[in-house]
Ligand binder design. Structure first.
Ligand code: IPE
Ligand code: IPE
Ligand code: MG
Length: 248
């Protein structure tokens, strides 16, 4: 049993690359899509953990802009799974006070999924226990490009002076603008990369990687990541002494 972590040392926002579903299934000589179904169960474990620990925001990378290039059968199976999850899970998430949000380019998704995403966002908008953001059709480069496009449209229409564009203004047009940036990033599956996830928003996020495949994630693993985070010194470019509030 690990000692409780002081609330001030806990991450407010956790962002996760849920990777390793395909390998989890292949190790069992099963089709990759079975791994995605097992991965959906691990999402529930992760949401339960965040609710129990009082984490404010959880952002999950479910499907990247590049994942559209996977074999059509796998993409099709993932779409079916998204629709199923949206049909089965939203009631329960709403009951538990979870606010749902989706980030990413929605145009490629079937209409039934886009409708359910919009409904879930509207229905859960007033919830405060946890903000659960699902990144679907998401890419960090897409995010920065869409923010730049919005500003360019404003500037071209004469409503925005380009000289006023700074990090704060661009940041306010990015996905997740309403949330604090992720404090803790977790990637399962053993690969040490960002894979076009939140490129801007992860600027000062603490990174934590594990070999564990996503469907095998449990509360103990998430607790270990949070405990590791709690031990880190976040300097944001300052010196250790500055952070400690001592001599500069
Ligand atoms: C992550 O698992 C889920 C998605 C990208 C949709 P993968 O499907 O990438 O699993 P591996 O990395 O091939 O094991
Ligand atoms: C990242 O995993 C995207 C998601 C988990 C949704 P990938 O499996 O697509 O990443 P790469 O291809 O190994 O970089
Ligand atoms: Mg993968």
């Amino acid at each position: 049993m690990t000692a409780a972590i002081a609330p001030s040392r806990k991450p407010r926002h956790i962002a996760v690359i849920m990777d390793g579903n395909g390998r989890w299934a292949q190790r069992r000589q099963r089709p990759r899509t079975l791994g995605h179904r097992a991965g959906a169960r691990a999402v529930q474990v992760c949401v339960d953990f965040c609710l129990a620990e009082g984490i404010e925001a959880l952002t999950l990378f479910a499907f990247s802009s590049e994942n559209w290039n996977r074999p059509p059968e796998e993409v099709g199976a993932l779409m079916k799974l998204f629709l199923r999850m949206l049909s089965l899970e939203v009631d329960e998430l709403h009951r538990r006070g979870v606010r749902l949000a989706f980030i990413g380019e929605r145009r490629g998704f079937p209409e039934a999924i886009r409708d359910r995403m919009a409904e879930a966002e509207i229905r859960t908008a007033g919830n405060r226990a946890l903000t659960l953001t699902i990144a679907a059709g998401y890419g960090g480069r897409w995010d920065i490009a869409q923010a730049a496009r919005k500003l360019a449209i404003e500037a071209a229409a004469g409503r925005l002076d380009p000289a006023t564009i700074d990090e704060t203004l661009l940041g306010s047009h990015l996905s997740l603008a309403g949330l604090p940036p992720p404090d803790l990033f977790i990637r399962t599956g053993g690969d040490l990369r960002i894979s076009n996830f939140l490129l801007w928003q992860l600027a000062y996020t603490e990174l934590w990687f594990t070999e564990t495949l996503w469907p095998d994630v449990d509360a103990a693993l998430l607790r270990a990541a949070v405990a590791d985070f709690a031990e880190r010194e976040r300097r944001f470019g300052l010196t250790s002494a500055q952070v400690a509030g001592g001599a500069t």
